[in-house]
Design a protein around this ligand. Structure first.
Ligand code: SF4
Length: 720
């Protein structure tokens, strides 16, 4: 029977902009010949974050749906053998037996779950419930810990709530000054640049802080290019200038905040000349920046991973929040502080229970009232809820150890490529008794698994996402999945039954209705949001505590959701990266994203147009540095840190500091930059220090086999 499919308004599967797209799937000409539907994709002209724009990833997203490498049946591994196809019954029986075995031998925490920031709200919620109710394990965390956790921690401490942008993205067009700290919007979210361009066209001024001369920095009025890991000193220096020049907003500080005096004392020592010595940013640029921000009628400070993915990332985010508060910005029209979320559901994925310390509605697992509320919704005794588990890297680091997780389920994450110190994480995965991976493709992590389950993709199932603005949107199924593919929700339902645990729904709409009740009264309150409202209104901003509530596009306009209704300053000091260059590892390595790839590249490396454009790992370096180590664009270079080595193609130019190299984290194998990164963690957030470590560089001479590389260490490497 032919399937008749009408155009469906839905959203891009990748980043947190969640651009609106329309999918039209034409039925195959002859289903008996197993032909595939032809899927065409268009940008929605009226969706507020993209307004007709898409980036190269969005335009090619339909290529993923019927990709020849798509997993379409479960795979299982017999001892010591290759993965082989299996029936769903065989795969599910194996998983249930492995989970029961691990828990009988090692206790409930012998089984762990690792989720992802791209899962729908329904999946993230159900994954958390599966951990706490079905398995009763404390061991659940997710890859968003590697993305948003520092900014989330800082915003919660300062404002009492964590919503990436506390205003609609379109407010950027109304701001007279915007400072972007460690964000390259032009490459990571091209459609969002239209709001900055609209502001510039009416005279707004933009400042970018980034060690690289990115596409975003090139468009800015002022580009500050600090040493990696010194953003906090820069913010404290700006605060020093603001205080000394009388540019702070005393009335706002008195009326709406608490704790300013402690910050004023701390920043006294951050004189611009001292800050210039720490950061490399000229004193004059520091002063100009503060005057631009303070002189603007409407100003915004936005941080992203460049500032946040450090061992002091939460303090760094706090330092920029301090500056925003001192200038009187949060809660004022087209003004404030925000953090730019990365993953597609980076916001919703951190609100509903797949974090080690969290219950749905952004409730804390260690809060007795929160435990009682969620336990009531789940029909269990609050005492039966597990306690707080380990953060993402801590969980991975302990895999297979006597006290660690022995059977792990990874859903929608590729930790072999995306976790810091990735070679070590791979060893830990290999030490497990049992590894289950749910994904669309055989990712590097799935290739290690004992069982691999093929999951439905974005266009094949209903589910809500929460974008970078806190707008809850609906991704609607536009076409059926390939036969043999199942939703992760269905898998959780089947496993709960096999494990003899309370039944779970696999209907997204039903799960969302339960999520609404579980989140009611929490910080991220979805009680008044429904699929019907989202469709009718084009998305609803949380908090939305009741059906009649309009949602909350702008936070903090009246007060802050802290106990005293005031925003809180936090005195923070520059600490710098845990590892700085020395004679053996003479340069900084920083990591980030490219325009044409997303996360670990599991999806985008399989899209022909994207992969042809950026087919291999590249290390970006300044011409001066390239000359010093004797390489030029196109050569291969070996990067070595105290954790491991990687080999990448050189791209040399003048768009990065001469003491720093940059590599993207989208590639596996020899080009996987996370073999090099430092897993030292932020004590407040559990964020690893992805953005700065010390690295040595050697030119590589390739022999016949590219694995057999010989490297020639140059004396210049040691003579920095
Ligand atoms: Fe998709 Fe993000 Fe590109 Fe929009 S900007 S098309 S959401 S990847």
């Amino acid at each position: 029977m032919k399937t008749t499919l009408t155009p469906v308004a839905t959203h891009c599967p990748y980043c947190s902009l969640q651009c609106g797209i329309t999918l039209q799937a034409e039925p195959p000409a002859d289903e008996d010949l197993l032909e595939r539907p032809v899927v065409t994709l268009a940008a929605q002209e009226d969706f507020p974050t993209n307004r007709g724009g898409l980036c190269a990833k969005g335009w090619t997203a339909a290529d993923l749906l019927h990709h020849p490498e798509r997993l379409t049946e479960p795979l299982v591994r017999d001892r010591g053998e290759e993965l082989r196809p299996a029936t769903w019954d065989e795969a599910l029986d194996r998983i249930a037996a492995a989970f029961l075995d691990a828990q009988s031998r090692y206790g409930r925490n012998g089984v762990g779950l690792f989720g992802g920031g791209s899962l729908t709200n329904e999946k993230a919620y159900q994954f958390g419930k599966f951990a706490r109710v079905t398995l009763r394990t404390a061991m659940i965390d997710y890859n968003g810990r590697f993305c948003m956790s520092s900014a989330a921690n800082a915003a919660t401490r300062a404002f009492g709530i964590d919503r990436g942008l506390p205003f609609p993205l379109s407010d950027l067009a109304e701001a007279d000054a915007v400072m972007l700290v460690g964000s390259n919007l032009a490459d990571t979210m091209p459609p969002a640049v239209q709001f900055l361009e609209a502001a510039r066209s009416r005279g707004a001024r933009h400042i970018v802080i980034d060690p690289r001369v990115t596409a975003t920095a090139r468009r800015a009025h002022l580009h500050l290019q600090p040493v990696p890991g010194t953003d906090l000193a820069l913010a404290n220096g700006m605060m020093n200038v603001a205080v000394r020049e009388g540019l702070i907003n005393t009335e706002y500080i008195n009326d709406r905040t608490t704790g300013f005096e402690a910050v004023r004392r701390v920043v006294r020592t951050y004189w611009p000349d001292r800050v210039e010595r720490i950061t490399g940013v000229p004193e004059g640029d520091l002063v100009r920046t503060v005057r631009i921000l303070a002189g603007a009628k409407r100003a915004m400070i936005l941080t992203a991973r460049g500032a946040e993915q450090h061992a002091s990332g939460s303090d760094t985010a706090l330092s920029y929040i301090n500056l925003a508060l001192a200038l009187g910005l949060p809660g004022c029209p087209a003004s404030g502080y925000g953090t730019i979320t990365g993953q597609g559901n980076g916001q919703g994925g951190r609100e509903h229970g797949q974090k080690a310390d969290q219950l749905p509605g952004y409730r804390r697992l260690d809060d007795p009232l929160a435990r009682a509320h969620v336990a009531r919704v789940w029909g269990i005794n609050p005492d039966d809820l597990p306690r707080t588990g380990l953060s993402a890297y801590e969980l991975l680091d302990a895999l297979g150890t006597p006290d660690g997780v022995r059977a792990l389920w990874v859903m929608g994450s590729n930790v072999v490529v995306s976790a810091p110190r990735a070679t070590h994480v791979t060893r830990r995965l290999e030490a497990l008794d049992f590894l289950l991976v749910s994904d669309f493709f055989l990712s590097e992590t799935a290739a290690l698994a004992d069982v691999v389950l093929p999951s439905t993709q974005w266009a094949e199932e209903d589910g809500t996402m929460t974008n970078l603005e806190g707008r809850v949107i609906l991704r609607k199924a536009a076409l059926p999945p390939p036969s043999g593919v199942r939703s992760d929700l269905w898998v959780m339902r089947e496993l709960a039954a096999r494990l003899g645990r309370p039944p779970l729904s696999d209907v997204p709409h039903e799960i969302f209705e339960e999520l609404r009740r579980a989140s009611a009264g929490g910080k991220a309150d979805y009680a008044g949001i429904s699929y019907e409202r989202i469709e009718a209104e084009g998305g609803v901003f949380w908090p939305c505590p009741s059906k009649g509530h309009p949602g909350t596009p702008r936070l903090f306009t009246v007060d802050f959701p802290t106990p005293g209704r005031l925003a809180r300053f936090h005195p923070v000091e520059q600490q710098g990266p845990a590892e700085t260059p020395d004679k053996d590892y003479p340069y900084y390595l920083s990591t980030g994203r490219l325009l044409r790839h997303y996360q670990s590249g599991t999806q985008t490396r399989r899209v022909k147009a994207l992969n042809e454009s950026e087919p291999e790992a590249v290390v970006e370096m300044h011409d001066t540095l390239a000359n010093r180590i004797g390489v030029e664009t196109g050569d291969l270079v070996r990067l070595s840190t105290r954790r491991g080595t990687a080999v990448m193609r050189v791209r040399s130019g003048c768009s990065i500091r001469p003491d720093t190299v940059f590599a993207s984290f989208h590639y596996g194998g020899m080009g996987a930059v996370n073999q090099l990164t430092n897993p030292v963690l932020d004590p407040n957030s559990g964020m690893p220090e992805f953005k700065a470590c010390a690295v040595a560089l050697d030119r590589v001479e390739l022999q016949e086999d590219p694995i057999m590389v010989t490297a020639r260490r140059r004396g210049a490497n040691r003579a920095r």
